[in-house]
Ligand binder design. Structure first.
Ligand code: HMG
Length: 382
């Protein structure tokens, strides 16, 4: 059978970061609650000129060649923080990147889960058209609001994955199993800028969905945890992932790999659809204990709820296709004061009666929102 999987991975984060110890101080909370209780260190903060389109475009621009852009015939963006109820973010991104016109571009939604579905759709598409490539992007800005329970678990960023035949990083196995259950653990009504969250209930649903789906996965595939060199999970905050993993009774080896798989998430926070893939990237770039042929189990969870377990196999030479300097790049982000975080992350754009925004702050990123004219979002490419 033709081998299909992830050929390249890109990551885009905004240039700003907030240290969670500063947030704890400002919220009269013991910093240990965030750093030990949630196992988080910092969160990525996006200015108003950065959104799911600019971050998604940047993540993809880092990895695509002209040859890739000529071969891509599908662009899938998974997000739960869309900028338009009708037009797909994938259409803007397709335009900003200059991908050949005879491509399909769509946006998928189901909380943090949808990019995992996008990955399977991409694989199935390529099984029928082995010459084509599919760009799958997970892009989100996670905002719970000032003084909210979820405030220390916010974040922003995008992961782009180029899916192709004979991939250079990971081959996807054909073992996906899913579960859907209609629960209200986390949701965001159309009229609200922030999600409604039943925090404790959401943590229980995450773990129960994992356990029950893993039982089903074992029945369907005959595989056990011992078949995997590592497990990557959706990481709303690192402690949640650890609790989920422990519910599967992992070996010491799995716990060690888990610590390598959360290095980036601890510095970025929750990026919703991208969190699982950020964790995967962290594992692949930070672990010296994996080798070609190793199998990795992946758990995607989106509140509401839909989850999926699937696995992938590491390709020979995979590390040559990743970024060994990612941590140095993360360290270059500008650290914000609490006052600047509150102003920057929660700034909103007010429109005049014709649907025009005032001039936005300058942003010299490769892709930025320049403004809104006549209700149209205008993106600038530097
Ligand atoms: P909370 O209720 O303020 O915190 O918010 P807590 O009291 O549960 O404490 C958190 C942990 O810190 C606990 O650890 C405490 O013991 C510990 P645990 O007992 O659970 O292991 N702690 C301390 N540790 C050391 N020193 C201290 C200290 N104080 C306390 N001084 C909550 C926690 C998760 C509810 C909140 O952050 C929240 O609402 N987050 C958002 C929802 C969320 O992330 N849910 C996760 C599962 S759902 C999911 O993953 C989907 C999602 O990504 C969305 C989507 O799908 O779109 C969220």
């Amino acid at each position: 059978m033709i081998k299909i999987g992830i050929d390249k991975m890109g990551l885009a984060l905004p240039n700003y970061v907030l240290d969670l110890k500063e947030l704890a101080k400002a919220r009269n909370t013991d910093p240990d609650k965030y750093t030990i209780g949630l196992m988080q260190k910092a969160m990525a903060i996006a200015p108003v000129t950065q959104d799911i389109v600019t971050l998604g475009a940047e993540a993809a621009a880092q990895i695509l060649t002209d040859e890739d852009k000529a071969a891509i015939d599908m662009v899938i963006v998974g997000t739960e923080t869309g900028i338009d109820q009708s037009k797909a973010a994938a259409v803007y991104i397709h335009g900003l990147l200059g991908i050949q016109p005879y491509a399909r571009a769509i946006e998928l939604k189901e909380a943090c889960y949808s990019a995992a579905a996008g990955l399977e759709f991409a694989r199935n598409h390529i099984a029928n058209r082995p010459e084509s490539k599919v760009l799958v992007i997970a892009s989100d800005i996670a905002k719970y609001g000032l003084h909210s329970g979820g405030e220390p678990t916010q974040g922003a960023g995008a992961v782009a994955m180029l899916v192709s035949a004979n991939p250079s990083i990971l081959e996807l196995n054909w073992d996906n199993v899913y579960q859907t259950r209609d629960v209200m653990d986390f949701w965001r009504p159309n009229y609200s800028p922030y999600p409604e969250v039943d925090g404790r209930f959401s943590t229980e649903q995450y773990t129960d969905c994992l356990q029950t789906t893993f039982e089903y996965y074992q029945q369907q595939t005959g595989k056990t945890l011992d078949d995997f060199a590592a497990v990557c999970l959706h990481i709303p905050f690192a402690k949640q992932g650890l609790k989920g993993l422990r519910s599967l009774k992992p070996s010491e080896k799995h716990e060690e790999r888990f610590l390598e798989a959360i290095v980036y998430n601890q510095e970025v926070g929750n990026i919703y659809t991208g969190s699982l893939f950020l964790s995967l990237l962290s594992l692949l770039e930070q672990s010296n204990n994996l080798s070609a042929g190793d199998e990795i189990l992946l758990y995607s969870y989106g509140s509401g709820a839909v989850c999926e377990l699937f696995s992938a196999r590491l390709v020979d030479g995979y590390r040559n296709h990743l970024n060994p300097n990612r941590l140095e790049e993360l360290a270059k982000r500008q650290t914000l004061s609490i006052t600047d975080y509150e102003a920057l992350f929660f700034e909103t754009i007010s429109l005049d009666e014709k649907g025009n925004s005032p001039e936005l702050h300058p942003d010299d990123s490769r892709f930025a929102l320049q403004g809104i004219e006549n209700h149209k979002r205008i993106y600038r490419k530097n």
